[in-house]
Design a protein around this ligand. Structure first.
Ligand SMILES: NC(=O)c1ccc[n+]([C@@H]2O[C@H](COP(=O)([O-])OP(=O)(O)OC[C@H]3O[C@@H](n4cnc5c(N)ncnc54)[C@H](OP(=O)(O)O)[C@@H]3O)[C@@H](O)[C@H]2O)c1
Length: 326
């Protein structure tokens, strides 16, 4: 089997490349000249130079592969339109390239996000059949990417996966939470009881590989998480225990986090670097309920999450320590 992985240099993509190679697959990675290859160094991969924004470069990349794992995407951008250019139209470019040069592909997997569906409004777990209400430009762009993908469900065998927040070695956003805990700070952002879903990287990779083998009909969407829902406070406690630290709860009022996002956006425009925090991210952070239901993935894909939060937190912390990130 020959697979093309986009987003291969990133957190999830680099773990997927390793897992595919372990299974004996031939792996081609779509790389940009500007990419940092740290996690791919020394791996026996084929390289296809290209960019999701450049359709011509994608035609060569998709030639002759059996599976396409489309993980390339951006979660932070200076301008809102960039989310749509990459996450939505970049996805459409890849689909079109595939239709033009490799229409008999076995499976096209698009890694969307829980953000595309938006939070749960009624306190229940979000299901695939629920109405999508993304609250950020990122979420809206991932939803648009889903819609542009689904428009070709009759021409290509497609699967869309919607992971919740993923953590593990190499991850850089939840890492900020680990960093604060290492300074004994447990931030509490909205002042409300927030519920979230989480998933350890190994389980997300398991689900992606199961999706590639799945015989389910084209165009199906699956939420992915470790199957539990957590109080945000509880997550802080579990992470702190894994790190062996006692952290103190610090309540951050909404106005403060909104101001931080405004500052961050201002400096990001000044220094031409994507902001760590923006208003869309804050809008996501302040939602009460980000919990998804994975019954469909369990039943249809045979997905069975294996890594409990306590174990995943310990493995992640040990990796951050080993790499001197903490
Ligand atoms: N991490 C999570 O918790 C999470 C949760 C749900 C969904 N997702 C989705 O999963 C995917 C991977 O996430 P991640 O956390 O692994 O992200 P990441 O670490 O930020 O990696 C993003 C990858 O996308 C590539 N990329 C960005 N723009 C590109 C373009 N124009 N053309 C080609 N490649 C491009 C980057 O390549 P360069 O090295 O060249 O920049 C990088 O390899 C994303 O689509 C994201 O929306 C992530």
């Amino acid at each position: 089997m020959r697979a093309l992985v986009t987003g291969a240099t990133g957190f999830i993509g680099s773990h997927l490349v390793e897992a595919l190679l372990e299974r004996g697959e031939t792996v081609r990675c779509l790389l940009r000249k500007t990419s940092t290859f740290k996690w791919l160094q020394g791996l026996p991969i084929e390289v296809a130079w290209g960019d999701c924004l450049d359709k011509n470069s994608l035609r060569e990349a998709v030639k002759g592969v059996d599976h396409i794992f489309h993980l390339a995407g951006i979660t932070k951008a200076i301008a809102e339109k960039t989310y749509f250019q990459v996450n939505a139209f970049g996805t459409e470019n890849l689909i079109h390239a595939c239709l033009e040069t490799n229409p008999h592909i076995q499976k096209f997997i698009y890694l969307s996000s829980q953000a595309a569906a938006g939070p749960c409004r009624d306190g229940d777990k979000k299901k695939e059949t629920d109405h999508c209400e993304p609250v950020s430009a990122y979420g809206q762009s991932k939803r648009m990417g889903e819609e542009l993908t689904l428009a070709h469900a009759r021409e290509l065998p497609l699967i869309i996966l919607r992971p919740c927040a993923v953590y593990g070695p190499r991850e850089r956003d939840i890492y900020t939470f680990f960093k604060l805990l290492s300074k004994k700070i447990k931030p509490c952002l909205s002042g409300e009881d927030q519920h979230i879903s989480l998933c350890y990287i190994e389980d997300i990779i398991q689900a992606i590989l199961l999706a590639a083998r799945s015989q389910e009909s084209s165009g199906e969407i699956y939420f992915l998480s470790d199957g539990h829902d957590y109080f945000l406070e509880e997550v802080g406690d579990i992470f702190a225990r894994a790190m062996g630290v006692k952290a103190y709860r610090i309540r951050v009022p909404k106005w403060m986090i909104m101001s931080l996002a405004s500052f961050s956006e201002y400096f990001s425009k000044l220094f031409r670097k994507p902001p760590l925090l923006n208003k869309g991210k804050v809008e996501e952070i302040l939602q009460r309920n980000w919990v998804c239901d994975i019954t469909k993935a369990r039943n249809a894909l045979g997905f069975e999450p294996r890594v409990p939060l306590e174990q995943g937190a310990r493995l992640t912390f040990e990796w951050y320590k080993k790499e001197n990130w903490l």
